[in-house]
Design a protein around this ligand. Structure first.
Ligand code: FO1
Length: 341
């Protein structure tokens, strides 16, 4: 039985219909589903809350990698090979940095630098990260609301046997090699969700948790004061970032293995606890469906790999259909019907 009490199906809500959707997104996987959702939903129906726990200061620049990854993807500018950074990039500045003995481990492209320079200057002028992001996104032709989870400094620190590492130090510089023993979120006491984030969650008919890393992309968003409760008050549909025990990209599977003793889509569903109404598994993991249902979560099996726009839109359509059925209360009916046979 899904988490939500029974409610009469709303008249006429179809896949797109008039649903207000809020997506929680982090890195590359999240950006791909967001692109699919943005293809189906206009800005009046889709707002995106992005993780800022990956943010850091580098060479005096304020870098917001997950915000940029979603922004570039929606703008059609993202490097298709890496998923982050800008396509057809050049690295002349980085080459000179290397020659000067500067740090070149974090690969900042020449076009990408423009965004970091302008963001840094605007933040120094006292403009909130939410407003800075709105200005940059609008300039790049992105009209969906891209909402940093907080305007306050918030850093995901990775606890390893050798001590704490900043996320980028762990992820890029040390290539995710250290064993992860846990995380610590470093933020000011009053760090909280932005007013725009809380307004979006209030406005939402349903929340989509994108196939991002549950620990370092989604948990930071949920950790902000009041956010988990605001999300949990709405139907929540999540897409597994783990397929066949492996992450499509990044350290999610390694972290699940190190922290929870096993990397599976089921472990991800269990990690989210009582937050989820429904969970989308990849067809490779169809056999896990009964165990996920036993968590009290509706399950739908679909193709969750998103190599190109077509697959991103197809998965977004699946997610929106599932969200609409949970909102309308028909999902339980379907599940019950299944259990009756
Ligand atoms: N990821 C890497 O693995 N290597 C890099 O050199 C790198 C540079 C980089 C520059 C700008 C940016 O916005 C993202 C960048 N990323 C890089 C990705 C970044 O580490 C993200 O935090 C991950 O994609 C996880 O979300």
């Amino acid at each position: 039985m899904g988490r939500h009490g029974s409610s009469m199906p709303a008249a006429g809500s179809t896949v797109v219909g008039d649903l207000h959707i809020v997506a929680l997104a982090g890195g590359v996987g999240g950006a791909k589903l967001v692109q699919g959702l943005a293809h189906l939903l206009p800005p009046a129906q889709l707002r995106i809350i992005v993780n800022t726990g990956d943010d850091f200061e580098h060479l005096g620049l304020s870098i917001s990698p997950d915000v940029d990854t979603v922004m570039y993807t929606l703008a059609g500018l993202a490097n298709p090979e890496t998923g982050w950074g800008i396509a057809d990039e050049t690295f002349h500045c980085l080459e000179t940095l290397t020659r000067l003995g500067g740090p070149a481990w974090f690969r900042l492209g020449d076009r990408d630098l423009a965004i970091h320079l302008l963001r840094t200057e605007k933040l120094r002028a006292g403009i909130r990260l939410t407003e800075v992001t709105h200005q940059l996104a609008t300039a790049l032709g992105v009209h969906h609301a891209l909402l940093p989870m907080t305007d306050d400094p918030f850093r995901t620190m990775v606890v390893t046997p050798g001590g704490e590492l900043s996320f980028q130090e762990y992820f890029v510089h040390q290539k995710c090699r250290p064993i992860v023993q846990g995380f610590r979120w470093e933020h000011s006491d009053n760090a909280g969700p932005t007013p725009e984030v809380l307004a979006a969650l209030d406005w939402a008919d349903a929340v989509v948790v994108c196939p991002s890393n549950p620990y370092v992309s989604v948990d930071p968003i949920l950790a902000l004061h009041g956010v988990r409760d605001a999300v949990r008050a709405k139907p929540v549909v999540a897409v597994s970032p783990i397929i066949g025990g492996a992450a499509v990209k990044g350290p999610a599977a390694k972290m699940l293995q190190e922290l929870e003793g096993g990397a599976s889509a089921l472990a991800v569903a269990a990690h989210y606890g009582n937050l989820l109404s429904a969970f989308v598994l990849d067809s490779v993991d169809a056999s896990l469906a009964p165990a996920v249902r036993d968590l009290g979560v509706e399950v739908l099996v679909a193709q969750t790999l998103m190599p190109g726009l077509e697959e991103r839109v197809a998965l977004a359509r699946v997610v929106l259909t599932l969200a609409a059925s949970v909102v309308d209360g028909t999902a339980r009916f379907t599940a019950c019907a299944r259990r009756r046979d």
